[in-house]
Structures are given as C-alpha cells and as structure tokens.
Design a protein around this ligand. Structure first.
Ligand SMILES: [Zn+2]
Length: 298
C-alpha cells in the first residue's frame, strides 16, 4: 500500500516575506492520518486554514489562502515542496501573514522537511484520480488535464525575452524527480516591473537573494541561472503548489500553456465542480489489477 505521510520531528524555519518584507517564523508539526495540510496563524486568534479548494482567497502574484478574514500569502513554494515530497498531513504554524520566500525556490523547504524525516502513517493515501479530460482557458493561456497513471506535468512558457523565449518541459513527478529537477528553480521577475510592485506595496522583501531578476537582455543576479530553463521549472513548481488545493494528491497529466496562479486555481475549481470525470481513489484500488495477474508456478 502507499501510505499517507507526515514528518517525524517538528522544527522551526525563519525568513523574510517577499511582499511584506517582514520576518516570519514557521513551526512545522507532524499530523495524523486524514488530517491534511493545515495552516495556523499563531499571531492572531484565528481558525486553522485547511488546504483545500475553499481556502483559495486570491491569486495575482501569489497564492493566498484563508478563512474568515485571516489569510496567509505566498504559500505556493512551500506547498510545492509538500506535494513534491508526497506529504499528506502537516500542521504549519505561522506568526505572520506570509510564508517566507527563502531563496525564491522550494529548496530550503525540501531540505528542512527531509531533515525532519518523512514518516509513513498507518493509512492509505487517497488520490483525486482524473478519468476524463478537462480544459480551462483564459485568452491564449490554457490547461488541459488528462487521465494518467501517476502525476505528470508538461508546461510550456513563451516570454518575449531573449533569455527566456519558448521553454517546454515534461516531468513525471515523484519525490526524486521533484528534488532533482524542480525544487531548485527560483521565482523570477523583470526589472521594469519592480517599480510598479513597490508602488503597490508588493515585493518589499525582494532582493537578488530570493528571485531571478532580468533586465532587457540579461539576468542581473551575479550568480546567473541555476539551469538554462530555470523559468519553466519554476512554473511547474508553482503549479504543483497550487494543486495542493485539491486537498489530495492528483493522478493525472497536466498540460499547461502560459498558465499562472489564477488559471491553476480555475482548473482546481473546474475539476472539483465537475460531477464526473474524476473520483477519490484509495491507493489499494490502483494496484488491484496487478494483484489479479495470474501467478506462474515454477
Ligand atoms: Zn513561484
């Protein structure tokens, strides 16, 4: 059976919020079977926020989740690490309105969660299994979701910038591939947009230590890129963080073209609102056909 997972030991992480510029401390606490991924604002008398479709509150430059007027912003890189490592149950206590940006990727979260130890639980994983294709579209951006025996993402981006252009990558997602291929990819932005962000009160904590910044022709960061196609890898990372809002791991092939947080959320909503074409499926159902295979006597 594929067991649900949590972490072995609790731990703390500290860092700066990208948009608020404020220091934030997170406490990661192991959780039991079926409890899910829960955020808790400990600086406020607030209800816990369960990571699911009802928690999506906004998505322009980051994924904000919340209930009853309390919210937590920039959850996607942490949620990507949780989805990527296959963690099902975890309590995340935060003493501020935003998850710290760390280095702009999922790397620090992946390392810290791995160091805490991934702990299998005594209960099977339940998946959201796609059985019929589904498409969502806004202008020239779209996502199509196909049935697939596992989780796979194929992402294409197309930016009118000489260093980015059209990048396409297809990755079969599991903890190993996530650690190697996706977790290191940093968020990115354009120097020409920064003045607008600052004026809107966003990116106050943004530095070259937590984002790739491009001018008209170059990457400004002295260390350069971590991979030539770091940009499309980060888009896959963001998408994985956003599908955490399904509340269960997904089995399907996500094909995305120029998508972003808002469209990712549209897909999550469209899938959950559709009454057919997907189902919750415990892990043991997935392996039943293999068990039925005739055995050969030697
Ligand atoms: Zn991102």
């Amino acid at each position: 059976m594929t067991e649900q997972k949590t972490i072995k030991n609790d731990f703390y992480l500290e860092g700066v919020g990208l948009h608020s510029g404020k220091n934030v401390r997170i406490h990661f606490v192991p959780r039991g079977e079926g409890e899910g991924i829960i955020f808790q604002r400990v600086d406020k008398q607030a209800l816990p926020i369960l990571t699911n479709i009802e928690a999506i509150s906004e998505a322009n430059f980051a994924t904000i989740i919340g209930t009853n007027g309390t919210s937590i912003s920039t959850t996607e890189h942490l949620l990507a690490a949780i989805v990527g490592l296959g963690i099902d149950n975890l309590l995340i206590e935060v003493d501020g309105p935003e998850i710290p940006i760390m280095d702009g990727s999922s790397q620090v979260f992946v390392e810290a969660l791995t160091d805490a130890g991934i702990q299998p639980l005594n209960s099977e994983k339940s998946y959201v299994e796609v059985s019929k294709p589904l498409s969502v579209k806004v202008e020239d951006r779209w996502i199509t979701l196909y049935p697939y025996d596992g989780l796979k993402v194929t992402f294409t981006i197309d930016y009118p910038h000489p260093l980015i252009g059209r990048q396409r990558l297809s990755v079969e997602i599991n903890p190993e591939s996530f650690r190697k291929e996706i977790a290191f990819a940093r968020t990115f932005g354009f120097k020409k947009d920064l003045a607008n962000f600052y004026a809107m009160g966003l990116a106050q904590g943004g530095t070259l230590k937590n984002a790739v910044v491009l001018d008209e022709t170059h990457v400004i960061n002295p260390e350069g890129l971590r991979a030539r196609d770091e940009f499309v890898r980060h888009k896959i990372l963001d998408l994985l963080g956003d599908i955490a809002l399904l509340g269960h791991p997904l089995r399907g092939h996500i094909v995305a073209y120029k998508s972003g947080h808002a469209l990712h959320h549209k897909m999550v909503h469209a899938l959950m609102e559709r009454k057919s074409g997907w189902s919750y499926r415990p892990a043991h159902d997935l392996y039943r056909p293999a068990l039925r295979r005739p055995s050969f006597a030697v």
